[in-house]
Write a protein that binds this ligand. Structure first.
Ligand SMILES: Cc1cc2nc3c(=O)[nH]c(=O)nc-3n(C[C@H](O)[C@H](O)[C@H](O)COP(=O)(O)O)c2cc1C
Ligand code: SF4
Length: 649
């Protein structure tokens, strides 16, 4: 059935059979409680195993008490962890999925601690981390031995739990990489010197893990092919390291980036600004230099991309982690000739790594069922088939319509304009955000599959509802730009972000963009206008530009804005304007901030609900409001509310 012949070709490693070349690579879910596997995590992975993934590498498991890099990290430091892992492995094995676990020590890369106090961090040497501003202690021999033993004990427990193997995390500048990297490892003992000495720590780890487990237990190594940081491991250093280690390993798994700097960390979960399958070239180089299987992960968001990498012989297995967070059924759909139905990840980073960085269980903006499998895992047919009218074809309305129809309701969605998508249509016009449009394409496909009738160019009003007589109206009419009250004493041109994005206005040369939401819109408009030849200043309400954004999206964007030389002023609120001056106020001091010589003021001041329909329908029919017409937020809340409302009908 499949035309993805390379993707669905089995691979055998140490006697274990991977039924296909699709891997869910290790990703911290923030789902565990008490640092142990729980039922919610089992349900999360069960959904992916059921969806046909060949290999699941479980999230990092700390190997030593000093490895607690977040408060919710899984730990494999006590036999109490074995039972949870056993249930998780059995659940995935029942679907023919091979299960490994990452074994992990972050070294100096400590993000937070469970009690909020700063932890004592350890590394190869006392070389500070830039991103978390940690000054580590250099490990002494006693502690090195203890940590190596920790890796072995963790592997023994995971082996006992029935897992198929482990992956030693030497990627992203974590402890093994800190030993390998000559700029971080400044020791004067047998762990430093030439490459072989710098590999001593990781060699000891691999040997101890091998000794603590059986001959059929897989041991892989994850490493950044290039840490993409001035102080990070380079491609030639990483390549030399894995060439030297390969005889002790079953596979090498490459990624990019490092946790140690903001620029390097962007590659830990590369946002949509970074092109799909961007590590294919590096994978090809590594594969050609190794005689063991090569896995690659990084922005491989579609089965077509993975098939191409495999067909070109650039890798043996493709990590498709967010692709599976977004669509757990992706492997089965692809294998059964339904690749067109795959809900492609758009690398927005909002609900997956975005949640993780806020200490929350991960999910997906396009598939809010992710991380909530216990609640939304099984679609239940509606008890009574209702006629449902959805007003508004943005993300909220489309998700509600798709789920309600999939449950068996008769659903008609009305959109006032010619195109479905709502604000997604504008969001995709921002620089390097075109892929965001995929959210609309995917939802349209979901509606089509579920049998939703779509009526375009039709605004819903009371007369239409009286005519159609639905059992329920879901109002998802979205929002419009908010224009705050401010003193306006002259002829300065004032426009809003939507007018700019829709090319409805001709702007002056010198532009000031005032950004209240601190999200994608203000900086995106600023960048667009600079590229169009305007002289632009960006004033943001927050402490920094992009304050509301997922971190890697923010930092990738900050780099671009810096390259363009856009002046950014933080801590601002709009106060007023006259002929060619914009008056702002410092949000902390209240002092005025005066910007002269401005031709155009662009308002990025958020949105206000468009919900008059709900009032118009009062007394006529049951109404439910969802998405921005309830309260203007993001696509994530809109789609989740669409799911929730449709679930209860
Ligand atoms: C929520 C989240 C948490 C992650 N945590 C880890 C982790 O604990 N260890 C790790 O090596 N990589 C981690 N990653 C990186 C992923 O393994 C993967 O390399 C990354 O998502 C890029 O692959 P993708 O484009 O297929 O999603 C994480 C990714 C996500 C989305
Ligand atoms: S939240 Fe965005 S980046 Fe994360 S899995 Fe979903 S679509 Fe992909």
């Amino acid at each position: 059935m499949t035309t993805f012949t390379h993707l669905f070709e089995p691979l055998h490693i140490r006697g274990k059979r991977l039924k296909n070349r699709i891997m869910s690579s290790g990703h911290d879910t923030s789902i565990p409680t008490d640092n142990l596997v729980n039922d919610r995590l089992i349900a999360y992975h069960k959904a992916r195993a059921e969806g046909g993934v060949g290999l699941i590498v479980l999230q990092v498991a700390g190997v030593h008490d000093s490895a607690r890099y977040t408060s919710h990290v899984l730990m494999a430091t006590d036999d109490a962890c074995i039972e949870g892992y056993r249930q998780l492995a059995e659940t995935c094995h029942a679907h023919g999925t091979v299960v490994l676990s990452q074994i992990f020590h972050p070294g100096r890369e400590i993000m937070e601690s469970s009690d909020g106090l700063l932890a004592v961090a350890y590394s190869a040497s006392a070389v500070p981390n830039e991103r978390f501003r940690v000054m580590p202690r250099a490990l002494d021999q006693g502690m090195i031995d203890e940590i190596v033993q920790g890796y072995a004990d963790a592997a023994r427990r995971l082996h006992q739990a029935g897992l198929d193997g482990v992956e030693v995390v030497a990627s992203h500048g974590y402890l093994p990489a800190q030993f390998i990297n000559p700029r971080v490892n400044r020791r004067s003992d047998g762990y430093n010197g030439e490459l072989e000495q710098r590999l001593r720590f990781v060699r000891e780890v691999i040997a101890a893990v091998r000794a603590a487990t059986s001959a059929d237990f897989i041991i892989g190594l994850r490493i950044s092919a290039d840490e993409r940081d001035a102080e990070g491991l380079t491609e030639s250093e990483s390549l030399a390291a894995v060439q030297a280690l390969q005889s002790t390993l079953d596979y090498v798994h490459i990624v990019a980036g490092t946790s140690a700097s903001l620029g390097g960390a962007v590659h830990i979960v590369p946002p949509m600004a970074i092109e799909a399958a961007y590590l294919a070239r590096e994978a090809g180089t590594f594969k050609a230099s190794l005689s063991i299987p090569l896995f690659v992960t990084g922005r491989i968001n579609q089965p077509q991309e993975a098939e191409l990498i495999l067909a070109r012989g650039q890798a043996d297995v493709c990590g498709m982690t967010r692709a599976l967070i977004c669509d757990p059924q992706m492997p089965n759909k692809t294998d059964s000739g339904r690749a067109e139905d795959v809900r492609a990840c758009i690398a927005c980073n909002q609900a997956c790594i975005g949640h993780f960085h806020r200490g929350l269980p991960i999910s997906c903006i396009q598939h809010p069922e992710t991380g909530r499998e216990q609640q939304f895992g099984q679609l239940h047919p509606a008890a009574v088939r209702k006629r449902i009218l959805v007003a508004g074809g943005g993300p909220a309305g489309m998700k509600a319509a798709a789920v309600a129809a999939a449950r068996g309701h008769q659903v008609t969605l009305y959109e006032a304009s010619a195109q479905l998508g709502g604000q997604v249509l504008l969001a995709q016009l921002l620089p390097r955000r075109a892929e965001f449009g995929g959210a609309s394409t995917n939802l349209q496909r979901e509606m089509q599959r579920a049998g939703v009738e779509v009526v375009r160019n039709t605004r819903v009003d009371r007369a239409l509802v009286e005519r159609e007589q639905p059992d329920l109206v879901i109002v998802a009419t979205g929002a419009e730009p908010y224009w705050p009250a401010f003193e306006r004493g002259g002829e300065l041109q004032v426009v809003d972000a939507w007018q700019v994005l829709r090319d409805e206005v001709t702007l002056g040369r010198s532009v000031m963009v005032v950004d209240w939401r601190c999200d994608w819109i203000g900086p995106g408009i600023a960048e667009r206008l600079v590229r169009a030849g305007h002289q632009v200043q960006l004033a943001v309400n927050g402490t920094h530009c992009g304050e509301s954004l997922p971190l890697y999206v923010r930092d990738q964007m900050a780099g671009e804005l810096h390259k363009l030389g856009i002046a950014i002023t933080p801590y601002t609120r709009l106060y007023g304007c006259d002929d060619n001056t914009v008056y702002l106020q410092h949000t902390a001091s209240g002092e005025p901030m005066i910007f002269e010589g401005i031709d155009t003021l662009v308002l990025c001041q958020g949105h206000q609900p468009v919900d008059s329909l709900a009032d118009e329908l009062k007394g006529l029919v049951e109404v439910k409001r969802i998405g921005d017409c309830l309260a203007p937020r993001t696509a994530e809340e809109a789609i989740y509310e669409g799911l929730k409302v449709a679930w209860t009908l």
